[in-house]
Design a protein around this ligand. Structure first.
Ligand SMILES: N[C@@H](CCSC[C@H]1O[C@@H](n2cnc3c(=O)[nH]cnc32)[C@H](O)[C@@H]1O)C(=O)O
Ligand SMILES: [Zn+2]
Length: 433
């Protein structure tokens, strides 16, 4: 089917390309065939969709999440990372079964689609459930079975086997919407030999690696005490960065470490909301840009954010580095938008397919209502999107050319049922007070 989205303002997010007004986008099946002003090359069109008062742009790419943690939203707030994890999250997560992960992930996907996210990375457990939700909902995702190695050797091996089997079962599935990774949870939860083993498997399976890195000062200190070096050097020595790697957080990295991450082309998922909420710190994003890195954005799980609104992260990224560095020129609006789109595609190793609106790429895009009062006067939509818009201004969401939301109406998921299921699944595991 050939569809023409017309009468729109289009932000392609191609580097250096200005906003296109009175523009159109032509889509053939799941791919974009043309974007521009003037008349499209193809005369035969099956459907014309009028996009008056709509800004079209690539969907948001959320590069770090634990989707099922929506079930634990608001459960343990205002605590530091290690207490939050060890005293609250892990004991409750130990009660999770397939049902909790399915319900929590479905809720997460509803929330993400409603906020304009078309692709997310997920690191969790019971990943067959997560993959099935992705397959059924129509969203795109890069998924990995996260492994925490603070268990017996036997359990470590069985978790790794699961992670490997997950890659074999799901990489490239759901018409290519699902891709995978391998994920040692963090240097402080996986012994060195285990990390090496995971790297070896990643090599065999030709998979990228996703891990948490230098999220807190305490974690860096512990690494120095235990292994005699900081986490970046530690992972480098273990060969992690020989693989394409995506690290979440990178809050406590110094100039030298940033240089090494850049030299190894490591991808960064900046999670400003989670880092602020857990009091972890503020990642040195301007310094990363100076070293040629192109950090992307993630929400982290909803228990440390507490929502999955990627536009909110774009806005935080555009604001906090200005304040932290007393520099109003840090992370300009355009760059913050790139972090949520094009750089997100790079971070997930999917930039051949998504991240910009241009011929040959997948038709993953969203539309934003530009007629609302807080987008007036409509002279600089890039500025309005970053500094004035909200998630609920997103009207339409398309992935692979399929509509997942039209005029804020979800088309692939039953929202009411999902809300009910999430409530039930939470009550089953909630501690009795
Ligand atoms: N249960 C799994 C590990 C799941 S990976 C995802 C883990 O990351 C944890 N997590 C969530 N947010 C953060 C964060 O900000 N830093 C570190 N870990 C986190 C989360 O609680 C969950 O346990 C196993 O069998 O080994
Ligand atoms: Zn995380």
């Amino acid at each position: 089917m050939i569809r023409l989205f017309t009468n729109a303002t289009i932000l392609t997010m191609k580097e250096g390309e200005p906003l296109l007004s009175e523009a159109s986008m032509l889509i053939k099946g799941d791919r974009i065939v043309w974007v521009g002003t003037g008349s499209p090359p193809e005369a035969e069109v099956d459907k014309i969709v009028d996009m008056k008062d709509r800004l079209l742009l690539p969907g948001w790419i959320n590069t770090h999440n634990h989707a099922a943690m929506t079930l634990l939203r608001g459960y343990a707030d205002d605590l530091p990372l290690q207490t939050w994890l060890q005293k609250y999250m892990w004991p409750l997560e130990a009660r999770f079964q397939a049902r909790q992960v399915r319900a929590g992930t479905r809720l997460a996907v509803v929330e993400m689609i409603r906020g304009g996210t078309t692709c997310f990375a997920d690191m969790y457990d019971y990943m067959d459930e997560v993959a099935q939700v992705v397959a059924d909902s129509g969203i795109r995702a890069r998924l990995c079975r996260g492994v925490i190695g603070l268990v017996s050797e036997q359990e470590r091996q069985s978790k790794l086997n699961e992670a490997v089997q997950f890659v074999r079962d799901w990489n490239g599935k759901a018409d290519g919407r699902i891709t995978t990774m391998l994920a040692p949870h963090a240097a402080y939860t996986c012994p060195p030999a285990y990390i090496e083993q995971i790297v070896e498997q990643a090599e065999i399976l030709d998979q990228p690696i996703h891990t948490h890195l230098s999220e807190t000062a305490a974690e860096v200190e512990q690494n120095v005490n235990e292994y005699g070096c900081r986490p970046v050097e530690h992972l480098d020595r273990l060969g992690v960065f020989q693989r394409p790697t995506l690290v979440a957080h990178a809050v406590h990295v110094n100039e030298e470490e940033i240089a090494l991450l850049a030299a190894r082309s490591v991808k960064i998922s900046h999670n400003p909301g989670s880092n602020l909420k857990l009091g972890s710190g503020i990642a040195p994003i301007p310094a990363m840009f100076r070293h040629g890195l192109t950090p992307s954005l993630g929400t982290d799980g909803a228990a440390s954010n507490n929502n999955l609104d990627l536009l909110g992260e774009i806005q935080l990224a555009a604001l906090i580095h200005k304040g932290a560095n007393q520099d109003p020129e840090a992370v300009p609006a355009e760059q913050a938008l790139a972090m949520g789109t094009r750089f997100g595609a790079e971070a997930l190793f999917l930039s051949d397919e998504i991240g910009t609106l241009e011929a040959g790429k997948k038709a993953d895009f969203i539309s934003v209502d530009t007629s609302v009062p807080h987008m007036q006067p409509a002279h600089d939509l890039v500025s309005h999107l970053v500094y004035a818009a909200g998630a609920s201004d997103v009207q339409d969401v398309y992935v692979d050319g399929h509509p997942l939301m039209r005029n804020r109406h979800l088309l692939t998921l039953d929202e009411e049922k999902i809300r009910w299921e999430a409530q039930r699944a939470f009550e089953m595991i909630a501690p009795s007070e």
